[in-house]
Design a protein around this ligand. Structure first.
Ligand code: AMP
Length: 369
């Protein structure tokens, strides 16, 4: 479907044209009309499907249609919660891109920087606020964030929030919101806790299931190499030297491993950077910028640090270990082969990891049916 068929504000259409988006993705086509009508939504979809624009465009559309009354003037009217700072920043950037010709401000707040900076963000009185749950709760407690006029509420990557232990904070935030509002919840998987949250949060939702690019056949070529633990780094260096790739993201299990691997790659004269939870916010942003702009082609990361990251042209994902949780594997390889590009995922599997590999294969078979 063409965006021009969606009856959107011409200023939004102009911004989409600048992004060179003409056709909607599947999730956008299915979701945008319902959200504009005001329905609650349960979206089963991962990043890479175009889900950010699927909720950002309707929110901008609805805010642009609304007369600004004294009650809502200067107040947050749309709240988006995301599990990680990187994802929050990315979502904020999307609102800014699609809303660049509208007079609607977006603010982003997240952990890891001084709360003072965020108080400044909130003083600018954004209509749209994107936040990580912990930091937002802090700001609410300090009475710096007023959520009394929130009409649109998005919970993005709810299952990741559950993994990261954020659901209690999310519940506390929901309790502060006005009871009449439009809700959108996105989650790639539906564990029991999320189903409970869905039941308490959404009113008669439309449910949309989108197969992620990672689940579509032939989009990602997956290879497994049998490599024992002590040989993995040498095998990685060999791969990096042999392969032509635009960008490669390497996953390792712990921060310590990430640092060690990154060091080994740099010693081999290939520029690489590390991304993990011990890096401070400005370091993380800098690394992401260098990687996205392709100044650095190799990034080594932990699962948490890489969650939700969206990189164009990521051609190769290398797993230094086989994740014990099969969904983690699906999330990792889902970083490549996005928005219709093909990608490659290579995983190193030691003898000890064969059992985990079996579970991943079982999950993938289930997903393909
Ligand atoms: P998301 O799933 O929101 O992380 O989006 C995945 C990627 O697809 C991002 O790089 C978006 O900029 C891009 N994208 C989203 N919608 C479209 C569209 N309609 N046409 C082309 N690219 C898009």
């Amino acid at each position: 479907m063409l965006f021009s068929e969606l009856n959107l504000n011409v200023k939004i259409l102009k911004a989409l044209k600048e992004q060179e988006y003409s056709k909607t993705t599947e999730i956008q086509e299915k979701v945008i009309p319902y959200l504009i009508k005001g329905r609650d939504l349960l979206g089963c979809a991962q990043t890479g499907t175009g889900k950010t624009a699927a909720f950002a465009i309707p929110i901008l559309e609805k805010l642009s249609q609304k007369p600004i009354t004294p009650e809502v003037y200067n107040k947050v009217q749309a709240l988006v919660l995301a599990p990680t700072r990187e994802l929050a920043i990315q979502i904020g950037e999307s609102f800014n891109k699609y809303g660049q010709f509208l007079d609607i401000q977006t603010g982003v707040v997240y952990g890891g920087v001084t709360p003072k900076r965020h108080m400044k963000v909130l003083k600018r009185e954004p209509s749209i606020l994107v936040a990580t749950p912990g930091r937002l709760l802090d700001l609410i407690d300090k009475e710096c964030a007023d959520l009394s006029c929130v009409e649109y509420f998005v919970l993005d990557e709810a299952d990741r929030m559950l993994d990261l232990g954020m659901i209690e904070d999310v519940r506390k935030i929901i309790a502060k919101l006005p009871s009449v509002r439009q809700n959108m919840l996105f989650s790639a998987t539906m564990p029991k806790e999320i189903t409970k949250l869905v039941q308490s949060m959404l009113r008669n939702p439309v449910r949309i299931d989108i197969k992620s690019k990672a689940r579509q056949k032939n989009k990602i070529t997956q290879q497994v190499y049998n490599v024992e633990e002590p040989d993995k780094t040498a095998r990685l260096l060999q791969l990096l030297r042999e392969n032509k790739y635009e960008s490669v993201l390497i996953f390792a299990r712990t921060k310590n491993k990430v640092d060690k691997i990154c060091k080994a790659i740099n010693i081999a004269n290939i520029r690489a950077k590390a991304l993990h939870g011990d890096k401070n916010q400005s370091e993380r942003q800098k690394v992401m910028y260098l990687f996205k702009s392709k100044e650095i082609k190799v990034l080594v990361a932990t699962d948490v640090a890489a969650r939700g990251i969206d990189i164009d042209g990521l051609s190769l994902v290398i797993n230094m270990n086989i994740p014990t949780v099969p969904e983690t594997y699906i999330h990792r390889i889902g970083r490549t082969g996005r928005a219709g590009y093909s990608g490659m995922a290579i995983s190193f599997c030691s003898n000890q990891e064969k059992e985990s590999l079996k579970n991943i294969k079982i999950l993938q078979q289930l997903l393909h049916h």
